[in-house]
Each structure stands twice: as structure tokens, then as C-alpha cells.
Design a protein around this ligand. Structure first.
Ligand code: DOR
Ligand code: ZN
Ligand code: ZN
Length: 399
């Protein structure tokens, strides 16, 4: 099967070039001015083509929580949002904390229409399993209490995990950011801070960046919402870490502009509307369908550059998690692409979402700049509002 994407503006080496992409067997074979003959042709005239986004942080809820989301619905939401690869979190039921469960999850993920990888969970007694786990994005450590029961606070276990030869991704809030930095100082490992949400956390994380193996992720909800929005959103705006002040939000944006933030990821954490309306509501908001539109809207307002978006959502996740052949539009790389219509204006509407939970904290936001097609391994899995159910693949992490 071959596909020619013609007339588009391709993001390559930091700028846009008018070229055609010839794709065969899931790979970008040629970036060319020629109109090579292909089985299928996609006319991308007046569209911008970027590497498909790599969302390093999603909760697709399989196994055990499939009333909230599953690998098919979650991946449909991702595809509709221009995300072509996701890295799934381990706080499922059961949690992904041993090899057998990782294998089970691998089977369940075969439903996904975007490519996928896995973060491996940690407990007080699974360090032997962590050592044995292969082809995982990271070992995830929950230093604070959140959805699931993976909170870890035994110092000797933490020390062991932080010196394992896997990237450590942490859910760490406030002082736990400092603790994580102390722990990583003693090893040569990489440390990835999930969802940094405040000025203080960013400040602490930055201190750890003197060694360049410390990375910072921020999430769209902390970039576009603050605690002031909770009046209206109520529990639908509650996640961990919580929404913060305007000043915190400003610090996160400054971090984006001055290079202290390495990735933007969704922390897509769907819960049903019913669950969210209970008194003991769970924490988390969905985000896969809205991240790129929120960012492209800012691009249209000239507040953000295309380079930043591609760096933080595509290139850096591929580099940090060592994902083979992804994150860039290059000959020989996987044909994972997002086609963006920068002029399309559309409103986010709860009932039009593909996520199983059918709500978004950004419902009714009107945005300009939307993904109109997503290509995964050379297959058009999303086009003009419609899903094409072609199964994707597990990513490969290089050493
Ligand atoms: O808000 C959150 N929801 N934060 C987390 O750390 C977990 C997530 C979830 O799984 O629901
Ligand atoms: Zn978290
Ligand atoms: Zn999360």
C-alpha cells in the first residue's frame, strides 16, 4: 500500500516546505517535489503537516476501568486530536506492575488505532519485575496519593527504583519534587516530572536540570485553566495536581518560552459524568482531543510558534522516551502525521467527542486551528470527523 500526500506544507527542520510525501508500508519513503504515483492520494492543499503528536501521558483505563475509556475509544480521541502515539499509565485494575500484567495490557492495546507504549508501575515489592520489564517507556512512581493505590513512600525502595536503568517518571507534588531530585542526583538515570503545575514545582524541577537528564512535562489544563475556573467547572475541573493560580499558570508559560519545559502531554484521565457528580468524585480530566486545537489557537493568536508546538508535543517526547523512528518528518521514519487546517474554526462540544466519557473541561471553547486528518503507520485513521478503524502498533524504545 502506498500513499501520496500532496500539496501540503510540511514541517521539516524547523520550517514549512511545500513538498509531497510518498509513503509506503507505513514509512515515509520520499519527501519530494515530484508527484510520484501511489495507490492512494491525499490532497493537503492549504494544510500544514506536522509529525503526529506523541502524548507521553494517558490513562486509557484498560484493564478494569473500561466504563471510563478503553484502548479503542481512547485512541479514537487521540487520532481526532492529531495524536498518533500514546504512552499509557499503569494505574489500571490490576495495575501494570508485573510482567504478566504488562503482557495482558499489550494484548488489550491491540485495539488501539494510534501507536502505543507503556509506563510500568512501581510498588514496594516489585523491583525484580521492574528490572525484567522490556520495551517500556519508564517506570512510573507515584509519590503522592491519586487514582489507584500505587503511592510509594519507602525510601529504600525509592532509592532502588531511582537507580534502576529505566527512566523514572514521577507523579510528585510540592516537596516531593525536591525529594525526587535528591534521589536522582545519586544515579545516572533520567527523571521525568509529570504534570508540573506550579511556579514552585517548576522552580524546584529546574534546579535539578543542571544535570540534563531531568525533564519537565506540563499539561493543557494547567496551561489554559486556573483555580478561578472551578466556580464554573466544579468537580469537572478537579484533577491531581490541582488547578493553580494565574501566577503559577504564567510561570508554566514562561517555562515553555525559556526552554525549562520539555513536553506538553494531556494526562488524559477520563471519568464518567456520573462519577464526577458524586460527592467523592475521582480526580482527572480528558484531554487528547483538545490539546493541539488549544495550542494551534494560540499559534493563530501569535502567542506561540509552530516550532514550540512540534518540539514539545512531537520531537521531545520521542527523544526523552527513546522512541524509534518517530517525532520527526524524515525519510525512513514512520508515517505518523497530523494534518492541520490552521483556518478551521470550531467549537469543542461534549457530545461530539470520541472519548467514552463524553465531556471536556473545555466544552464550548471556540478555537481556530484543528487537526483534520491523522495518519498512523501510513493509514488515514481520522479524516474530516470520521474514524477509520485500522489497528496500530506498539512503539519500539531504543537503548
Ligand atoms: O487527576 C488525575 N487523574 N491525576 C492522576 O495522577 C491520576 C489520574 C487518573 O488516573 O484518574
Ligand atoms: Zn499523576
Ligand atoms: Zn496521569
Amino acid at each position: 500500500m502506498s500513499l501520496l500526500i500532496k500539496n501540503g506544507k510540511i514541517y521539516q527542520n524547523g520550517s514549512l516546505v511545500k513538498k509531497n510525501l510518498f509513503i509506503e508500508d507505513g514509512k515515509i519513503i520520499k519527501i519530494t517535489n515530484q508527484e510520484l504515483k501511489a495507490d492512494e492520494v491525499f490532497n493537503a492543499i492549504n494544510k500544514v503537516i506536522i509529525p503526529g503528536a506523541i502524548d507521553s501521558h494517558v490513562h486509557f483505563r484498560e484493564p478494569g476501568l473500561t466504563h471510563k475509556e478503553d484502548f479503542l475509544t481512547g485512541s479514537m480521541a487521540a487520532a481526532a486530536g492529531g495524536i498518533t502515539t500514546v504512552l499509557d499509565m499503569p494505574n489500571t485494575i490490576p495495575a501494570t506492575t508485573n510482567l504478566q500484567r504488562l503482557d495482558e495490557k499489550r494484548k488489550l492495546a491491540k485495539k488501539s488505532i494510534v501507536n502505543y507504549g507503556f509506563h510500568f508501575g512501581s510498588t514496594s515489592d516489585n523491583t525484580a519485575e521492574i528490572e525484567k520489564a522490556r520495551n517500556v517507556a519508564s517506570v512510573k512512581v507515584y509519590m503522592d496519593y491519586t487514582t489507584g493505590d500505587l503511592k510509594l513512600d519507602k525510601l529504600d525502595v525509592l532509592e532502588k527504583i531511582f537507580s534502576s536503568n529505566k527512566t523514572v517518571a514521577v507523579h510528585s507534588e510540592t516537596d516531593h519534587v525536591l525529594q525526587a531530585i535528591e534521589l536522582i542526583k545519586k544515579s545516572n538515570n533520567s527523571l521525568y516530572f509529570c504534570h508540573v503545575s506550579s511556579k514552585e514545582e517548576l522552580h524546584h524541577a529546574k534546579a535539578g536540570k543542571i544535570k540534563n537528564n531531568v525533564y519537565v512535562e506540563v499539561c493543557p489544563h494547567h496551561l489554559f485553566l486556573t483555580a478561578a475556573d472551578l466556580n464554573e467547572l466544579q468537580s469537572f475541573g478537579e484533577m491531581k495536581p490541582k488547578l493553580k493560580t494565574k501566577e503559577d499558570q504564567k510561570a508554566l508559560w514562561e517555562g515553555i518560552f525559556n526552554g525549562k519545559v520539555d513536553t506538553i502531554a494531556t494526562d488524559h484521565a477520563p471519568h464518567t459524568k456520573e462519577e464526577k457528580m458524586q460527592i467523592n468524585y475521582p480526580y482527572g480530566v480528558p484531554g487528547c482531543e483538545t490539546m493541539l486545537p488549544l495550542l494551534f489557537n494560540l499559534l493563530n493568536e501569535k502567542k506561540l510558534t509552530l516550532q514550540k508546538i512540534v518540539q514539545l508535543c512531537c520531537e521531545n517526547p520521542a527523544k526523552i522516551f527513546k522512541i524509534k523512528n518517530k517525532g520527526f518528518i524524515k525519510e525512513g521514519f514512520d508515517a505518523d502525521l497530523a494534518v492541520i487546517d490552521l483556518n478551521l474554526e470550531k467549537e469543542i462540544k461534549n457530545d461530539e467527542l470520541f472519548t467514552k466519557c463524553k465531556w471536556s473541561p473545555f466544552d464550548s471553547w471556540k478555537l481556530k486551528g484543528w487537526p483534520i486528518a491523522s495518519i498512523v503507520n501510513g493509514n488515514i485513521v481520522f479524516e474530516n470527523g470520521k474514524i477509520n478503524n485500522v489497528k496500530a502498533k506498539e512503539v519500539l524504545h531504543y537503548e
